[in-house]
Design a protein around this ligand. Structure first.
Ligand SMILES: [Zn+2]
Length: 118
């Protein structure tokens, strides 16, 4: 199990990350609480004359930001539930080194390397 001090450190990092991602989504004209990146892009472009290519680029940026945000949210939820640091697939500890490198990891390195999920 993770030490409370280490857990607090990782939580602070996740919260910082969530803050950054939400800010970035807003900067791109999106709504971080909405689930539909396409709607954001349409809304953002409603009164401008951007090209289709730019639209597509923004859509993929939005999707990436949102998917990262979801992983971060999920890790924070797991902290609430007390299951943080445990692999969602096999139930083994994820390992501190991996969590420090990737605080939103939800699979242990073995499961990750098997190529299932993230
Ligand atoms: Zn695993």
């Amino acid at each position: 199990m993770l030490e409370p001090s280490k857990l607090a450190e990782l939580r602070a990092e996740l919260e910082q990350q969530r803050e950054n991602l939400r800010k970035e989504i807003v900067e791109q004209g999106g709504d971080p609480d909405s689930d539909d990146a396409a709607i954001d892009v349409e809304r953002g472009f409603a009164d401008s004359a951007h090209s289709t290519a730019e639209r597509a680029r923004l859509l993929s940026v939005m999707k990436a930001l949102r998917s990262n945000l979801r992983w971060v949210d999920r890790a924070l939820t797991k902290m609430e539930l007390g299951t943080y640091g445990t692999c969602e697939r096999c139930g083994n500890p994820i390992g501190l080194e991996r969590l420090e490198a990737l605080p939103w990891a939800i699979l242990c390195i073995d499961c990750k390397q098997k190529g299932e999920g993230r």
